[in-house]
Write a protein that binds this ligand. Structure first.
Ligand code: MN
Length: 399
């Protein structure tokens, strides 16, 4: 079967409300034409209490989709709630729709309307000919509750089916800043494909030796570096065990990092203007978003507030420009240190950084040995003598 994986539409997202709708619609149309079934790992809405006109947008999108002729259909549903359609449009709520366990969230509404199958804490089996796909879902929960939720539900893969584990959480390997995040290896074993939402840029990785995919959002929200890539969705082919990424029409985002070190304000402004102009001319499409992050220490005697940039965005109606000067250093290095203290670094133990780096390197070298990467890291950091730690690790790996 060909499975489309589309995520994080954020319908109702105020800043790019129309984009959220149009880009989700483009994704639905393209993904439908290339697939037998569709799965969507959360954050359909941007709010847990969307306004009626946003609910109307969602109903319009999903009604149009559910009227289409899918080549696969749902044959069984087990778990929390009920399914009111056989169309293989399988969803879970994300963190943005999360309400208390007993309350009805907006994704429940779409399920009740019979235009999606909500597999939050449930499993749906989809069939096409003799082939079966089982989708197990856990909607977004507080990070510290994810582990216990997995244990509580104790999902068991269906024999003879292609099994998918779909959820909506952070994972430590992707965001190594919080001890509460689950490690990728702690996800339940035995599934053929792991699908996560929540992260707004595309991620392709492995979990227990099987593909682990995050399609990213269909709309710009965070304006982080990773969002400069194309928005889109995955198509996973269960027969070939291959997948591909397909871009949608979406607003372009460009981040420019400009170092103003040693410059006076007029020189710096000149450079900012010229970078904006060249970015606009190379992005002919609908109003790109250009975010400029300034950094560095300006010429002696000048400070960040001397930069005359507040009116600059308004002079580029063909783009959406925002400029951040928080990283421009005034004069003393005391400021730099204060920024560091306030910054993200504060709460990240050095060991966690080490672990993140280590996992990256292992991933890059296609590490596939029997000891889990985190265990290997523990062994390597268990002895202050480098040689002793390495021989312990070698012994574990090759014994
Ligand atoms: Mn999201």
């Amino acid at each position: 079967m060909r499975i489309a994986i589309v995520s994080d539409f954020h319908l109702g997202y105020e800043r790019f409300r129309e984009d959220a709708y149009l880009q989700a619609r483009d994704a639905f149309g393209k993904a439908y034409s290339m697939s037998d079934m569709m799965i969507m790992p959360g954050d359909i809405f941007d709010y847990r209490h969307p306004k009626p006109d946003v609910i109307a947008e969602a109903i319009t999108l999903f009604s149009e989709l559910s009227k289409k002729d899918f080549s696969a259909h749902m044959v069984s549903f087990e778990g929390k709630g009920s399914a009111y359609t056989e169309k293989p449009i399988i969803v879970i709520p994300g963190t943005h729709e999360r309400r208390s366990d007993t309350a009805v969230d907006p994704v429940d509404l779409l399920g009740l309307a019979g235009i999606v199958v909500n597999v939050n804490r449930a499993c749906a089996i989809i069939e096409k000919g003799s082939e079966r796909v089982a989708v197990f879902g856990i909607g977004g929960v507080a990070e510290e509750r994810f582990k216990e939720t997995i244990a509580e539900l104790a999902f068991r893969p269906v024999e003879g089916a292609f099994n998918i584990f779909m959820f909506h959480q952070s994972l430590y390997e992707l965001l190594p800043f919080n001890k509460e995040f689950l490690h990728i290896e702690e996800l339940p074993e035995g599934f053929d494909l792991y699908v996560d939402g929540h992260i707004h840029n595309k991620v392709e990785s492995k979990c227990h030796g099987k593909p682990f995919l995050i399609p990213g959002s269909t709309v710009l929200t965070q304006l982080k570096e990773g969002e400069q890539e194309d928005k889109g969705f995955f198509i996973f082919d269960t027969e070939k065990m291959t997948y591909s990424f397909h871009p949608i029409n979406s607003r372009k985002f460009v981040m420019l990092k400009i170092d103003v070190s040693g410059q006076d304000p007029s020189k710096a402004e000149e450079e900012i203007n010229s970078r904006i102009k060249s970015t606009i001319s190379s992005n002919g499409s609908a109003k790109p978003v250009i975010r400029i992050e300034l950094k560095g220490r300006m010429k002696e005697g000048f400070k960040a507030s001397d930069l005359n940039i507040s009116k600059m965005p308004a002079s580029y109606p063909e783009a959406i420009v925002e400029i951040a000067r928080t990283n421009v250093d005034d004069a003393s290095s005391a400021r730099e240190i204060a920024d560091l203290r306030q910054g993200l670094l504060e709460n990240v133990p050095i060991k966690d950084y080490g672990m993140a780096l280590f996992l990256d390197r292992l991933k890059a070298s296609n590490y596939s040995m029997k000891i889990s990467p985190s265990k290997l890291f523990e062994i390597l950091s268990s002895d202050s003598k480098k040689d002793t730690a390495i021989s312990k690790a070698v012994e574990e790996l090759f014994s």
